[in-house]
Design a protein around this ligand. Structure first.
Ligand code: PHE
Length: 346
């Protein structure tokens, strides 16, 4: 090959490279193209370099210079193009991976305790701080513990106050946590100071009654316990659960296992006693039943009623939850509707 031929060939290669690289759209494409054209066996520039050995000595310097020139020229074009394409590729990558750090975080749903559990925990905390212990009774009871030992023998009219689910003539679903009073007094000598939370069952079903609901029993037995002690303790309890300034009022009532028996009202925490829809205009809301433990019940448990006396009370947990959180149907507390439950987080 003479130099003229070579010069023509090199200029053709240049034109070809210029035309080819216009179509390259990625740095990978540039790399492949460069590899192809520089290949010593198949590439147009590669073979020229490989063939250097066959060139007669007198032409070698000139030939080598020309081939080197085109090799350098091509390498520069490839590097330029590669840099340009790489930059565009990086920018596209950054754009696609861009993170907007100012975007608000995804909302995480937070769980909370069921309103019944919240109220039960609050009541347990209040009485716990007054030194009460917790006794947990059983949901299946005998007729004896649920009624007879609580001074409510068979055919006693007070049995009609609680419509009972009997499992057999002897066993039943407890209608009141008061059944636990007897177990405690049979097993522990005074001083006794317990609360007993748990489920109770009655065949009763309307907006404010459910066949299953929750009570919290309280029992204190010691020397010299009077209705005054009950009153003082209740005052403390209601201000803690309903807020400072809440007062109590005792009304005469009847339970076979307490004598005297009282129904306890609190001054309406909604209107402060002026009268509103919550308290039905009376200024007072009934919250629990209580009384001085009937001597017959103490004696039945082997406690000397001339030495010891006591008071007991029974709180309806759902009733407190409904009053506190403005829930007008007890079913809302059992339907597990998150739209309702998620609103209540004390
Ligand atoms: N056990 C009663 C009821 O369920 C409430 C109560 C408990 C009353 C303790 C007096 C003393 O209605």
């Amino acid at each position: 090959m003479d130099m003229n031929e070579l010069t023509a060939k090199l200029s053709a290669i240049k034109d070809e490279v210029i035309a080819d690289i216009k179509d390259l759209a990625s740095s990978r494409g540039v790399y492949e193209y460069k590899k192809g054209i520089m290949d010593p066996k198949t590439g147009k520039i590669g073979t020229l370099m490989r063939e250097m050995g066959k060139i007669p000595n007198e032409l070698k310097a000139e030939y080598g210079k020309a081939v080197n020139e085109i090799k350098n020229w091509a390498s520069e074009r490839f590097d330029e193009l590669d840099a340009k394409l790489k930059e565009a590729e990086m920018r596209a990558k950054y754009d696609s991976e861009k993170i907007d750090v100012t975007l608000p975080a995804k909302k995480q749903a937070k769980g909370n305790l069921h309103p019944n559990t919240q109220v039960r925990n609050q009541i347990v905390d209040i009485f716990g701080s007054m030194g009460f212990e917790i006794y947990e009774g059983t949901e299946i009871e005998t007729d004896h513990y649920n009624f007879t030992a609580l001074n409510t023998p068979a055919d006693h009219p007070a049995r009609d106050m609680q419509d009972t689910f009997y499992l057999s003539p002897e066993f039943l679903l407890r209608t009141q946590t008061s059944a636990g009073q007897i177990h405690v007094m049979e097993n522990k000598k005074p001083p006794i100071k317990i609360i007993s939370p748990g489920k109770v069952f009655r065949s009763d079903d309307d907006a404010t009654h459910s066949p299953m609901f929750t009570q919290m029993e309280g029992l204190v037995v010691d020397k010299g316990i009077t209705l005054c002690d009950l009153n003082g303790m209740l005052d403390e309890f209601v201000t803690k659960i309903f807020g400072a300034g809440t007062r109590t009022r005792l009304r005469p009532s009847y339970f076979p296992f307490t004598e005297p028996s009282v129904e306890v009202d609190v001054s309406c925490f909604e209107c402060g006693g002026k009268g509103c829809r919550l308290c039905k205009g009376t200024g007072w809301i009934e919250v629990l039943g209580a009384g001085v433990v009937n001597k017959k019940v103490l004696e039945g448990c082997g406690i000397d009623s001339d030495v010891y006396s006591g008071f007991a009370f029974g709180i309806g947990i759902e009733r407190i939850a409904m009053l506190k959180y403005g829930i007008n149907n007890i079913k809302l507390l059992f339907e597990s509707d998150l739209r309702v439950l998620s609103q209540i987080d004390d």
